[in-house]
Ligand binder design. Structure first.
Ligand SMILES: [Zn+2]
Length: 217
């Protein structure tokens, strides 16, 4: 098995343990995938296996049409959702889907998370939109998520949870954590008069800074 596939499987396993420990997911809910470099393949978590029990061999390798290339287990039920995003967004190399508490609060209220916190604006590129309701695992959910995600890095799935998409798994993890924190902060802000949304100009300039100038380049 080629080295990129091996590394992708290890990366997904490690990320699964991290999101489980950081309480972004409960039980076996949520799923993770990563694009395998220089290939048309994706490594995705299996359906219904505990994160603590998931090892490299349980990670399923699929092509962009969902055909299983390698692996004994069934891939995540949300495979259509992940693949729809990879097909639509060539800049996305990693996806984390969680049912974290505060994101799910917005998702069940079918309310967008406002672009009020600066870190959210930088890492997502604006507010976190919410899809129309679609049953889990369906092609329609994938289509809806692609549409509402647009060119951003996160989208809420109605009555369900969060999808974070980014150029790497580390970045997707950061997106999932920042959006969860923003959801919590926005909810708390409601108690003291409501969050003040940033202007489009300010969002765009912070986004530009984050993408091109932030950190050690
Ligand atoms: Zn889910």
């Amino acid at each position: 098995m080629n080295i990129n596939i091996r590394q992708a499987r290890d990366e997904v396993v490690k990320c699964g343990k991290t999101i489980h420990e950081s309480a972004l997911v409960v039980g076996t809910w949520g799923n993770i995938s990563v694009r395998i470099p220089d290939s048309e393949y994706v490594a995705i978590t299996p359906s219904g296996v505990d994160y603590q029990k998931t090892d490299a061999e349980s990670i399923v390798i699929v092509d962009l049409d969902g055909n299983i290339i390698d692996g004994e287990l069934k891939p995540s039920i949300e495979i259509n959702l992940h693949l729809a995003i990879y097909r639509a967004r060539t800049d996305v190399n990693a996806i984390i889907h969680t049912h974290s508490t505060f994101c799910t609060s917005y998702a069940i209220a079918r309310k967008e998370i406002p672009a009020a916190a600066e870190d959210l604006a930088q890492i997502v590129g604006g507010n976190v939109r919410v899809t129309d309701y679609c049953l889990p695992g369906t092609i329609e959910l994938g289509r809806e998520a692609v549409e509402k995600l647009g060119n951003r890095n996160a989208v809420l799935l109605s009555n369900h949870g969060l999808l974070a998409a980014a150029k790497s798994l580390n970045e997707a993890l950061k997106v999932a954590q920042v959006v969860e924190k923003a959801a919590q902060s926005s909810l708390m802000a409601q108690l003291i008069g409501g969050a003040v949304v940033l202007s489009d100009d300010d969002i765009n300039s912070m986004r530009e800074f984050y993408l091109n100038k932030y950190g050690q380049k």
